[in-house]
Design a binder for this molecule. Sequence first.
Ligand code: HEC
Length: 107
Amino acid sequence: MRAHLRAIDAVIAATATGEFSDAASAAEKGLGIGHQHGVDGLQSGHAFMPPEMLAYGSAMHMNARQLAVTLRDAEVTGDIPAVLGALQAVTQQCVACHDAFKLTRGD
Ligand code: HEC
């Protein structure tokens, strides 16, 4: 999760300086389908997630893939509004899942 936030920050920072290729790499590595979920390793916690939660996560990863494509397009087009739209499609899934699920202590 913190790795996701770090990746969003890296995408914004690289986009702000026009380094779209770096931003695309950050999106792919930190938010894409194959990312490593930080120190917990690949697929961290997926086995414990209810189906609705998995759906938010999978939508987030698919939207991150689209973000990376949009960023690579922006290397040619410089289309910042398209980048922001694609980025918001990712953060929308962060917000939606956080609104829907909270961790509670078992004791
Ligand atoms: C599939 C559901 C889901 C998605 C999608 C999701 N999160 Fe989370 N996230 C959670 C849950 C559940 C928690 C724990 C919340 C709680 O304790 O109430 C959490 C916690 C966090 C935390 C706090 C971590 C900590 O160490 O305390 C951060 C930061 C965070 N998420 C960032 C993000 C960002 C950024 C995104 C989008 C790129 C994102 N999350 C997408 C479910 C999700």
